[in-house]
Write a protein that binds this ligand. Structure first.
Ligand SMILES: *[C@@H]1O[C@H](CO)[C@@H](O)[C@H](O)[C@H]1NC(C)=O
Ligand SMILES: *[C@@H]1O[C@H](CO)[C@@H](O)[C@H](O)[C@H]1NC(C)=O
Length: 217
């Protein structure tokens, strides 16, 4: 599996050379100083004398994530926030686990194209183009699917066993906007009269969705 992931990252690195999402780097390494108050496009660099192998290491994708939540899925990021050494390198990974019936709900990544590689199980996946066409497919263990940068996409485990994927991104921090949560659980809230008109429903329906998606206290 490690070899597969490595191949994946290399492929993505080559790919991102021609379809760069993040800006190109200007030095060998710029390990993120995540505690620095200095604001730049990315993170400011740690002092070179303080860089260690730990800055380039993460074992957080080794085990399945817990999927006992309302969506039945969990995304575990392996981005610059977890691996400071990724700062300025323009790549990252995630692991996504899905319970049977689990959904990674419709969302977008504003800064990256995503490729998923199925580790276990089967998924129904899709994205929607700006001309409003759904491009969808069922994928299984060992298969890959691509979600183009910025387009709304989802993955659903319609199987009877858990599923898992590794996702590769051409950004150190792809960012995620989950459509339902962005619209119905923003803080401060999006006004009801925006949502009733957008979705062509009444205030009651909007409030019901808002209450279901409200962050758990
Ligand atoms: C290196 O890290 C140590 C411990 O975090 C810190 O005290 C020190 O100031 C750092 N050195 C430089 C040059 O940034
Ligand atoms: C999920 O399972 C874990 C471990 O079994 C437990 O600690 C946690 O509270 C559960 N979370 C929910 C939302 O049920």
């Amino acid at each position: 599996m490690a070899a597969v992931v490595a191949l994946f990252v290399i492929t993505l690195a080559v790919f991102s050379g021609t379809v760069a999402a993040d800006p190109d780097m200007l030095q060998d390494v710029c390990v993120a100083d995540l505690t620095s108050g200095v604001k730049v496009n990315g993170f400011s660099c740690k002092d070179a004398t303080n860089i260690t192998a730990t800055d380039f290491f993460f074992d957080g994708l080794a085990k399945p994530g817990l999927t006992n939540n309302s969506m039945g899925s969990l995304v575990t990021g392996a981005n610059v926030q977890k691996i400071p050494g990724l700062n300025t390198l323009g790549v990252s990974l995630s692991r996504i686990d899905y319970a049977p019936g689990g959904l990674n709900p419709p969302h977008t990544h504003p800064r990256a194209t995503e490729m998923v590689f199925v580790l276990e199980g089967e998924l129904d996946v899709g994205f929607i183009t700006t001309s409003n066409t759904l491009i969808s497919k069922s994928i299984k263990k060992g298969e890959i699917f691509v979600f183009p940068k910025g387009l709304v996409h989802f993955q659903k485990n319609n199987g009877e066993v858990p599923a898992a994927v590794i996702s590769a991104f051409n950004s150190q921090l792809p960012g995620t906007q989950s459509i339902a949560v962005s619209l119905f659980a923003a803080s401060p809230p999006v006004p009801n009269n925006v949502l009733t008109k957008a979705f062509q429903v009444g205030t009651k329906e909007v409030e019901k969705i808002k209450s279901r998606l409200a962050p758990k206290k």
